[in-house]
Design a protein around this ligand. Sequence first.
Ligand SMILES: *[C@@H]1O[C@H](CO)[C@@H](O)[C@H](O)[C@H]1NC(C)=O
Ligand SMILES: *[C@@H]1O[C@H](CO)[C@@H](O)[C@H](O)[C@H]1NC(C)=O
Length: 389
Amino acid sequence: MQSWVLPLFVLIALIPGFGNRKGTHALNNGLGSTPQMGWNSWNHFGCQIDEQIIRETADAMVSTGLAKLGYIYVNIDDCWAEMSRDSQGNLQARASTFPSGIKAIADYVHAKGLKLGIYSDAGYQTCQGQPGSLGYEYEDAAIFAAWGVDYLKYDNCHNDGSKPEVRYPVMSKALLNTNRPIFYSLCEWGQDDPATWASSVGNSWRTTGDITDNWSSMTSRADSNDKWAAYAQPGGWNDPDMLEIGNGGMSTEEYHSHFSIWALMKAPLLIGCDVRNIGKDTLDILSNTEVIAVNQDSLGVQGKKTNQSGNLEVWAGPLSGKRVAVVLWNKGSSTSLITVQWTDIGLSPSTNMKPRDLWQKQDLPSHKGSLSAQVVSHGVKMFILTPTS
Ligand SMILES: *[C@@H]1O[C@H](CO)[C@@H](O)[C@H](O)[C@H]1NC(C)=O
Ligand SMILES: *[C@@H]1O[C@H](CO)[C@@H](O)[C@H](O)[C@H]1NC(C)=O
């Protein structure tokens, strides 16, 4: 255990209402001290990708200002490779859509101060049928490193039926063996409760099946991810899947909820829309620096659902500096008053806390005991509570 882990553990244990961390020793690759931020091609483009889209997205990450807010990974998902290996057994970029090769794209992305992610699979083939890395872990990790890849998303299709606990650590060791720091994102869809074993294997692990761009999919992924909160820690994060904000299937209020809850849960913030054609509402949501700061807080404790009354929910988690992040989430169909009681979030009722509304960007007068707000249907209010001295 690293020397800083123990004091942190004791500190968390002392905060009533938030429980203990359960994560074991984190993977020692120096990455993921806060949840990863960036973009991934899948949610918007699916298999319809090419190198021009990747380059233009990298350009747009910089020109929109998203890159300087911390969204540094540009991640290529499935469909970048030829459907067979070359005569030496190497994966090869798909000549029809990635004619310059992955190394050239990595160089392009790096020149913009960004990092490049790629995708493979712990099976014989990826979900879209390109060669998987099962049995080729060391060869594939070596070629990713040689190309300058900084991140690997590792899927679970067409596997051999053995447990993920057996297949995923092989790639973990292969990546470490390259001596290039490569962020390792496990995508076994939460099948074998990866929170309980993956913190020594990867930097994040999916806790759910794929998200789709609708309210019920998004809310159910949040609830499934919530039960693993105690296992998140710097170096390894629960992953309820990538963001759908900007893809058009939810209302602006619903996208506010999506972003607020993902930030509070210390989920990866991987943008899933077409950043080249991003709208103002979408950019405003993704660019809220105060919400991003909750996600990236150094304490690294996943916030969770702390109280629920029908469709009205309180989610909260501790931040550095004895602050507390709170999301009041109205899953019902009409505007409602939601109250967070200090006792629900580990505070003594007599504590004076100064709330700041992170979407209104407004400081409120100090509160003692509780805080109430009207919350619109499918929307949130998000606050940071800071102790007054
Ligand atoms: C949301 O997406 C899921 C998964 O694709 C689908 O089964 C469901 O019908 C969708 N719900 C709505 C309301 O569109
Ligand atoms: C949760 O919310 C309900 C309804 O507002 C409230 O009665 C209760 O005191 C709260 N706290 C707990 C721990 O249930």
